[in-house]
Design a protein around this ligand. Structure first.
Ligand SMILES: NC(=O)c1ccc[n+]([C@@H]2O[C@H](COP(=O)([O-])OP(=O)(O)OC[C@H]3O[C@@H](n4cnc5c(N)ncnc54)[C@H](O)[C@@H]3O)[C@@H](O)[C@H]2O)c1
Length: 261
């Protein structure tokens, strides 16, 4: 594989590593030679992933709650010389949601705050701790995972009565990440800490998506389909490695053309 050894000798932290995309990012970073810290509240899931990666490279599970400052401090102590941080973890209350969460007018304040705490404050806390270490060491690359719904409003028409919906708190946090990225990139100028956003479109998952939703979503993209979960790995390797050495404070959008028309 062309990208073998791309990240040899680098240590990469992936938050939310046990999830759908986190596990893909972790596998790709591991294959490229990085020592990968699989950080998640779901320690069992992270351990399973650690086992599955044991044959291809170096990876270790670590329990992390990104919204808890003490837990983030533990991570910084456990990984004192990080090179890459993928801020990927997020709290997703949209599946199995209560009726009141489907309307802006009744969206519960407690849930709004919970989402902000994880998606935004958690991303801030991890960047603060791990970016600070990078700045004091030899630098590094922070990749903040956002969504098309951080760039444009969610088209509620595509959801029909499928029970899937996009939350206002999701949009607010994913949009905020774009400018937090620019702020941090500017702040760490001269420290060789590059900070970029990776904005993603929707990933096909037939385990909970209805055909009607998949069709509606696909029609909103230029490529006419949802993403496969592996289709963002190249971008993660690009941003994590020296291949993107002249890129900071930027937003790499991979969305099948959703935001282009
Ligand atoms: N899946 C998509 O279609 C899609 C589209 C656009 C953007 N994204 C973005 O990609 C990222 C990953 O999405 P996914 O679909 O893989 O999600 P997922 O729900 O499969 O995984 C999220 C992971 O985060 C972990 N997590 C939750 N709260 C945490 C906390 N406080 N501390 C540490 N870990 C925590 C969960 O245990 C889970 O393993 C998210 O940032 C999401 O916004 C996903």
């Amino acid at each position: 594989m062309l990208l073998d050894n791309l990240l040899d000798g680098r240590t990469a932290i992936v938050t939310g590593a046990a999830g759908r995309l986190g596990s893909e990012f972790s596998r790709a970073l591991c294959l490229a030679g990085a020592d990968v810290v699989l950080a998640d509240t779901d320690l069992e899931g992270a351990r399973k992933l650690e086992q599955s990666l044991s044959g291809i490279g170096s990876a270790r599970a670590h329990r992390l709650d990104i919204s808890d400052p003490a837990s983030v401090r533990d991570l910084a102590e456990a990984v004192p010389d990080p090179d890459v941080l993928v801020n990927n973890a997020f709290f997703n209350p949209s599946i199995g949601q209560k009726e009141e969460t489907k309307r802006l007018e009744t969206f519960p304040l407690a849930l709004w705050k919970e989402v902000i705490d994880v998606n935004l404050t958690g991303t801030f806390l991890c960047s603060q701790a791990i970016g600070g270490l990078m700045a004091n060491n030899s630098g590094g690359s922070i990749i903040n995972i956002s969504s098309i719904y951080g760039m444009v409003g969610a088209d509620q028409r595509i959801y029909g009565d499928s029970g899937l919906n996009s939350q206002p708190s999701y949009a607010a946090t994913k949009g905020a990440i774009l400018n937090m990225t620019r702020y941090m990139a500017a702040y760490w100028r001269g420290k060789n800490v590059r900070v970029n956003t990776l904005t993603l479109g929707g990933v096909l998952d037939r385990s909970y998506m209805r055909d009607e939703f998949i069709k509606n979503y696909s029609e909103k993209t230029i490529l006419g389909r949802m993403a496969d979960r592996t289709e963002y790995n190249g971008a993660v390797l690009f941003l994590a490695s020296d291949a993107s050495s002249y890129m900071t404070g930027s937003n790499l959008v991979i969305d099948g053309g959703w935001t282009a028309w």
